[in-house]
Design a protein. Structure first.
Length: 435
C-alpha cells in the first residue's frame, strides 16, 4: 500500500506543480466565458457599415412603413428606376425589396433580391413590418364591412398592439412537502454546464492517462518500475493520481465560482443596486432568478457530479490505459480509440437532445447505460428525477467500472511489457486468462 501511495503521489504532484496546470486552472473559467461571449459579440458587429436596401412598392402601401435602422437603410424608389437599381446591386446597394401586389390578397407578392444571402435579422425586420400592416388591413376590411361595431374593432386593435404580458412562475414540490421557485431555463443551463464539464474532463484526463502509459512504455521506464511495483498497482496509481488532479481543478473552480456568486448576490441584494438593475433590465425578474438559483439543491448537484465524474472517469481511463498498454505508439491507438471516442460523443449528443425531454426514452435509457450515464444523467438531475433512478444508474456505473478495471488490469500487466506487435481484440482477450 505504501508503494501504491507513492505512485499516486508521483502522478499527482508532477502534474499539479506544472505551470501549465496552474495557469489553465486559473484562466480556464475566463477562457470559457470568453469563448462563449466573444463569438456572440462579434456576431453583433456590423460587417461593413449601413446596408442600403432599395424598396420598389407598386402598391404604395407598404414602403413608407419600413423604417431605417443602424444597420439597414431603406430607400424608396419608383418602378421606373428598377433597372438602374439592379445595376447598383452588389456595389453601393445591398438588396432590392420589391412589392408587386396587395399582400393582403396575395401574401407571395414580395421578393428580396441580393447578391449575397440576406441576413436573418433583415428578413425578420421586413416580415414583421409587413405582417403588422397586413393585420391592420384585415381589421380595416372587417370594420368597413359594417356588420361589426367600430368600438369592437378599436378594442381588437389595442389588444393586438399591446400583446400579452403573461408571466408564468414555475414552482417545484419537494419530497418534504416544501414548495420552491424553479426555472426550466436555469435547469437547462446548469444541466448542460455539468454535462459539458464531465464530457470535457473524461476526454481530457482519459487521454492524459493514455499519454502517460504510452510515454512510460516507449521510454522503457516501465520495465524498471515493474521490478519494484506490481503492474496492477502501477495502473491504479496512475488512474487515481491523474483523477485527483482533475478533482483538484474542479474544487478550485468551485471555490472561485462560489466567491463570484456570493459577491454577485451581495451586489444584487443591495436595494439601490436592485432598483438600478430593475430599471436597466425592464421587465426582467432578477429577484425571481436569484430565488430560482437559491432554490437549487447545490449540495445534491455537487455530490452527484462528483459521483458520476469519478465513475465515468475511472471507467474510460481504464479503457484508455488498457488500449495504450497494448500498442507501441500513438498512431497505433486509433484502431481502438476511435470507437471509444465515438461512444463518448454519442453520450454527449444524447445528453444535448435530452434537455428538451429529460423524461423521454432516450434520456431514461442513456442515463442508465454505464457508458453514457455519467454525461446524460447530469442533464436530468436539475429537472428532478426519482431517487431510484439515480441509485440504479450509480450502481450500474460503478459495477461496470469495477468489472472493466479488473479486465483492464489483466490486459495492462501483459501489454505493458510487449513490444513490436499490434494485437487485435481477440488476442487481448486471451491475455485476460494469463496467469
Amino acid at each position: 500500500m505504501n508503494i501504491l501511495s507513492l505512485v499516486i503521489q508521483r502522478e499527482y504532484v508532477t502534474r499539479v506543480r506544472k505551470k501549465s496546470f496552474i495557469i489553465l486552472t486559473l484562466l480556464m473559467p475566463l477562457l470559457m466565458v470568453a469563448l462563449s461571449v466573444i463569438p456572440f459579440w462579434l456576431s453583433t458587429l456590423n460587417e461593413g457599415g449601413v446596408k442600403h436596401i432599395a424598396v420598389i412598392d407598386n402598391t404604395g402601401i407598404y414602403a413608407q412603413l419600413l423604417e431605417s435602422t443602424d444597420n439597414y437603410n431603406f430607400q424608396i424608389v419608383g418602378t421606373s428606376e428598377q433597372q438602374d437599381q439592379e445595376s447598383r446591386l452588389g456595389k453601393e446597394l445591398f438588396a432590392i425589396l420589391q412589392i408587386s401586389g396587395d399582400l393582403n390578397k396575395n401574401p407571395q407578392a414580395v421578393t428580396l433580391t441580393s447578391e449575397k444571402q440576406a441576413p436573418q435579422d433583415l428578413q425578420s425586420l421586413i416580415k414583421r413590418t409587413l405582417n403588422e400592416k397586413v393585420t391592420q388591413q384585415k381589421l380595416d376590411e372587417l370594420s368597413a364591412a359594417g356588420n361589426v361595431d367600430a368600438v369592437a374593432i378599436t378594442r381588437v386593435r389595442s389588444i393586438i398592439e399591446d400583446g400579452s404580458a403573461i408571466s408564468l412562475k414555475t414552482l417545484r414540490l419537494s419530497e418534504d412537502g416544501s414548495v420552491s421557485e424553479s426555472s426550466t431555463e436555469l435547469a437547462t443551463i446548469i444541466g448542460m454546464i455539468f454535462t459539458i464539464l464531465i464530457y470535457m474532463f473524461i476526454l481530457l484526463y482519459g487521454n492524459m492517462v493514455m499519454q502517460a502509459v504510452l510515454e512510460e512504455k516507449k521510454s522503457r521506464i516501465v520495465e524498471v518500475m515493474v521490478s519494484s511495483v506490481k503492474p496492477v498497482n502501477l495502473l491504479i496509481g496512475k488512474i487515481v493520481g491523474i483523477g485527483l488532479v482533475g478533482i483538484t481543478q474542479l474544487v478550485i473552480w468551485g471555490v472561485l465560482l462560489g466567491v463570484l456568486f456570493s459577491g454577485l448576490s451581495l451586489f444584487i441584494s443591495s436595494p439601490e443596486q436592485a432598483a438600478a438593475m430593475s430599471t436597466d433590465m425592464g421587465d426582467f425578474d432578477m429577484e425571481g432568478l436569484v430565488a430560482s438559483i437559491m432554490g437549487i439543491n447545490w449540495f445534491e448537484m455537487a455530490l452527484y457530479f462528483l459521483i458520476f465524474f469519478v465513475g465515468g472517469y475511472v471507467l474510460y481511463a481504464s479503457i484508455f490505459a488498457m488500449f495504450a498498454s497494448a500498442v507501441d505508439s500513438e498512431e497505433d491507438t486509433s484502431q481502438f480509440m476511435t470507437p471509444v471516442t465515438l461512444l463518448i460523443m454519442f453520450a454527449f449528443f444524447a445528453g444535448f437532445y435530452s434537455v428538451s425531454n429529460p423524461d423521454g426514452p432516450l434520456a431514461f435509457w442513456t442515463s442508465l447505460i454505464p457508458f453514457t450515464s455519467p454525461i446524460v444523467m447530469m442533464v436530468r438531475i436539475p429537472f428532478g428525477i426519482p431517487l431510484w433512478e439515480k441509485l440504479l444508474s450509480v450502481a450500474l456505473l460503478y459495477g461496470t467500472f469495477i468489472l472493466i478495471s479488473i479486465l483492464a488490469a489483466k490486459i495492462y500487466r501483459v501489454g505493458i511489457l510487449m513490444y513490436g506487435k499490434k494485437p487485435n481484440l481477440k488476442e487481448m482477450m486471451k491475455w485476460i486468462t494469463y496467469k
